[in-house]
Design a protein around this ligand. Structure first.
Ligand code: PHE
Length: 453
């Protein structure tokens, strides 16, 4: 049993700070790095449309479920699951679903911070004018050099994790709230400046058309599954983060409304990131489908050729760092809350120990790009393996657990009580989607990832 003292009683200072924190968690590398490149790889607007449908039928219903369990349980995700299960006279072993979510969030953080730290290195490279007038080959070289230098990556990753530990150690009000209050607006302003730049200097109409005028012949079955998987990732679902933030949510805040706002803003930011990136890519005749390298290998070429490119490239990568940082905070919080509640240690100690373990795990990811590139588990390097099991295994299963638990195991009257929307249409629409449509959609992704369908 957790001690009652730590998580219980801590609440966000206001509804808005919670919304900002959850938006900060949701917006991250998923929006700025991943969404544009998977959109590029999957043909553009038709993919975007499917992604929007996935956000609506899987993302929002699960987010509502997570917030609900978090607020009802008022603990770290494992103990929230357990408390809510016991209240509905269900097995306390449901806590394992929460435990796995926390553990996979922790594992994700170990390599997420590595990618974020590339952006940190790129911010400094950009500021030094490294990309100015460089050819595609030279820019590619800069990226390969980074990947082959464990020292550089370790340095930036230490900073990234150190910052995360520092903020989380200070607690919800003094750490998380303070950091998010400044970082998120700064990130939004940077993004708007960049979209403005892209309207002025890029091939804006071409970029716009790519994102918004669908051509369904370009959409593959796999694209649909990628969209579904990304809906989880981008909304920070199935990793205990949103559930954890729900545990700090004041009673009077509407969960329905909050979930919709978070999902809408997250989607809008992903689209804005697309609008900032694609016009620049098109204006420079670069390939849209260049995969994960889009952000680190393609964009710097474009920035290098533009007027004021050094300035805008620096802004751009700084924005990526801010966006990723508000996500790393949310990835660490559930683990720290769990440790504090179970191991009777202080928050500072819990954050520090978690940071050291993350740093060591991160080392395995960093080395898998160079010295350890030959060491594989099931044919994958450490980095790929961590990414693979979280994206394809624990994420869909964690999402499924939320949908099944809330949809089938928690008593309906508790759901209605917590959501505060009575027995109306809104409740039934959500309940029906969560019980039937969401689990089926998730199973589809899961089996296809395993290659079964
Ligand atoms: N949602 C974040 C993004 O889009 C990633 C993330 C996943 C953050 C899970 C927290 C938890 O980058």
């Amino acid at each position: 049993m957790p001690s009652q003292s730590q998580t219980k009683g801590v609440q966000w200072s206001s509804r808005w700070i919670f919304i900002l924190a959850a938006i900060g968690s949701a917006i991250g590398l998923g929006n700025i790095w991943k969404f544009p490149y998977i959109t590029g790889e999957n043909g553009g607007a038709a993919f975007v449309l499917v992604y929007l449908i996935c956000i609506s039928i899987v993302g929002i219903p699960i987010m509502i479920g997570e917030l609900l369990v978090g607020r009802r349980g008022r603990h770290n995700p494992a103990d929230s699951y357990q408390a809510v299960a016991i209240e509905s006279k269900r097995s306390p072993h449901w806590r394992w679903a929460g435990f796995i979510a926390v553990a996979s969030g922790f594992l994700i953080l170990s390599f997420y911070s590595v990618i974020a730290s590339w952006a940190l290195e790129y911010t400094f490279l950009a500021a030094r004018g490294t990309f100015t007038d460089q050819s595609a080959a030279e820019v590619g070289n800069i990226f390969s050099q980074l990947l082959s230098s464990p020292k550089t990556m370790i340095f930036w990753n230490t900073l990234m994790l150190g910052g995360t530990v520092l903020v989380i150690a200070r607690g919800v009000k003094k750490g998380l709230e303070k950091a998010i209050q400044y970082l998120l607006p700064a990130m939004l302003i940077l993004l708007l400046i960049l979209v403005g730049y892209s309207i002025g200097e890029g091939a804006f109409s071409q970029g716009f058309e790519f994102l918004f005028s669908p051509d369904f012949s370009k959409l593959s079955a796999e694209g649909i599954l990628v969209a579904l998987g990304h809906a989880f990732f981008t909304l920070s679902l199935a990793m205990g983060c949103i559930m954890m933030y729900g545990a700090y949510l004041p009673k009077r805040v509407s969960i329905f409304r909050s979930a919709c706002i978070i999902a809408i803003v997250d989607t809008a930011i992903a689209l804005l990131a697309g609008l900032a990136i694609f016009p620049v890519v098109f204006a420079n005749g670069l390939p849209v489908a260049s995969g994960p390298g889009l952000l680190f290998q393609t964009l710097p070429i474009a920035f290098g050729q533009m007027p004021f490119g050094t300035f805008f490239a620096t802004l751009f990568f700084a924005m990526v760092v801010f966006a990723a940082f508000t996500s790393t905070l949310s990835l660490l919080e559930p683990t720290v809350a769990w440790v504090v509640e179970h191991k009777a240690v202080s928050r500072v100690k819990a954050a520090l120990i978690s940071g050291i373990i993350l740093w060591s795990l991160g080392l395995a990811s960093i080395l898998s790009f160079n010295h350890w590139s030959e060491i594989t588990i099931f044919g994958k390097t450490f980095f790929d393996f961590f990414d693979y099991i979280t994206a394809n295994l624990t994420l869909p299963l964690g999402g499924l657990a939320v949908a099944l638990f809330v949809g089938w195991f928690v008593q309906q009257r508790y759901l209605q009580e917590e959501l505060g929307v009575g027995n109306g249409k809104c409740f039934h629409l959500w309940y029906c989607v969560l019980r039937y449509i969401t689990p089926i959609a998730i199973l589809l992704v899961f089996f296809s990832a395993l290659g079964i369908i």
